[in-house]
Design a protein around this ligand. Sequence first.
Ligand code: 8OZ
Length: 363
Amino acid sequence: MTNKTLFEPYKLGSLTLSNRIVMAPLTRNRAGAGFIPGELAAEYYRQRASAGLLISEATQISQQGQGYQDTPGIYSQAQIDGWRKVTAAVHAKGGRIFLQLWHVGRVSHVDLQENGAAPVAPSAIRAETKTFVNDGFFDVSEPRALALDELPGIVNDFRQAAANAIAAGFDGVEIHGANGYLLDQFARDSANRRTDAYGGSVENRARLMLEVAAAVVEKIGAERTGIRISPVSPANGVSSSDAQAQFDYIVDQLNSLGIVYIHVVEGATGGSRDVAPFDFGSLRRRFKNTYIANNGYDLDLATSRLAEDKADLFAFGRPFIANPDLVERLEAGAPLAQVNPATIYGGGAVGYTDYPAIAASRS
Ligand code: 8OZ
């Protein structure tokens, strides 16, 4: 047992976070034309800046990496300029913010791709999932398998996007290695049938994720590089026959790279924590830097898991949508507001920047 508390400062690399509560990445589909975050996004993140660390919504590193309508990018100068408003707003309130770097792989639709091209994937296997596009939910498109000589370009897109994030004022980046998107598609054997150096063995399936991590570390430094993984999540139609071996190996290699954190979705993303047998303690023990735990946490679970030293930081997702002052509410034992599911994805200020802080909602 430890006597740490959730509401004390925590040192993440060279940053001092004001508490151990993290705002998890949350897709909100409100980017403007050109996939640029604007003033409204700056206001949304500013309202939530009392989180010890904010992680931005998933942000595509290229047009090819986009899978949903109105998600922001980090590959054009106008996008960098838009994100600078967000980081300035958060920093002015004393907050810290990482950008989540995203390539969706096969979870996309031809209408989001350049010239209506097929989305890309480790193998030409369509995902059993839907995407939000053209103002509705549609089956994802049939993907094509990436050629071996295209993979360095994808690694390079992540590297450049990381540099762009730093140029936009972010404190660091989180590589999206979770939830059935491109890097997770390579890692999980249901989606990867390749017979080259990027398929087959545990080492080969981890290769693209680890090359991306190494490239980002080389570009912006290990202290500013984190990653999110979801070893047993069936999100977006992926599964593994060997999740423990796969993710034990990945985490050992990430540890050798010296990245500042792993952010682990424990269970089915946004669902059950007990979806499959898996020893998350094994990842915790292998990784020497910060372990961020996510999925289904509330104050009691986070408090007890911290006391047992099972994690350093705790990421809350949906509770942050309706509770901009979630940290203050948890600390005060105040009731939490409930989210309106109809306004999570897409739209404007309603259901985005109009959830009041508790002091305001009482008056
Ligand atoms: C919900 C809707 C669309 C995308 C993830 C980026 O699951 C997402 C996402 C979540 O990581």
